[in-house]
Design a protein around this ligand. Structure first.
Ligand code: ADP
Length: 196
């Protein structure tokens, strides 16, 4: 399993922030269980209650322990496209950034913009908490049904855009990991990252 944590691809890019300052960021694609990653923050594809669910949400709550749901009760939910942060409790990650992706209804209900907002708001919150390394699952592409290829374009595109909008008051994110849970998803991410 641990060998799967080796990046299938990694790409170092230079991003220019809102003040015109250049920063290096490494984007990586791995195939792994996100709950095993020792990064500053992992992102949870949560539902709007923030009280746990199936998929990656269930896995994160199981691995973090019951303190996570107790903490999440104090957050009072999260609208689609927004993000809230909690400690990682028993996880190796310091923080969990909970975001709520859109349910896919065919693409005519603002799904693309809402999904991009998830990535933007996660990056923003991460920078406010001095996060240097962050790992994302493929938000909305499980039970919520977002087509993986389009979702991957949004994931990579909106992360790069958010980093370019960064203001000097936040931390400089140096590592962004796209953590895939299947070889087929990882292959799509790999192909898209290659093409940048
Ligand atoms: P959503 O409701 O946002 O679609 P899901 O949890 O159903 O959320 O799926 C989102 C993505 O997370 C899917 O690609 C799924 O395969 C993946 N996933 C599920 N469990 C894990 C895990 N432990 N680590 C990383 N990714 C996971």
């Amino acid at each position: 399993m641990s060998s799967l944590k080796h990046p299938l691809i990694q790409k170092q890019l230079q991003i220019t922030d809102a003040e015109g300052k250049p920063h290096n960021v490494t984007l990586k694609v791995i195939e792994a269980d996100i709950t095993t990653l020792a990064v500053d923050a992992i992102v949870n594809a949560a539902n709007s209650t923030l009280l746990g669910g199936g998929g990656v949400d269930g896995a994160i709550h199981r691995a973090a322990g019951p303190e996570l749901v107790n903490y999440c009760r104090t957050l009072q939910g999260c609208p689609t496209g927004e993000a809230k942060i909690s400690p990682g409790f028993n996880l190796p990650a310091k923080y969990v950034i909970h975001t709520v992706g859109p349910v896919w209804y065919g693409g005519e209900r603002g799904e693309a913009e809402l999904l991009a907002n998830c990535y933007h708001n996660c990056i923003k919150l991460a920078q406010q908490h001095n996060v240097i390394s962050i790992a994302f699952p493929a938000i909305s592409t499980g039970v919520y049904g977002y087509p993986i290829s389009d979702a991957t374009d949004i994931a990579i595109g909106s992360v790069l855009q958010s980093l370019a909008k960064a203001t000097p008051s936040g931390s400089v994110i140096e590592e962004v990991i796209f953590c895939c849970f299947s070889a087929s998803d990882a292959a799509i991410y790999q192909q898209k990252l290659q093409a940048i």
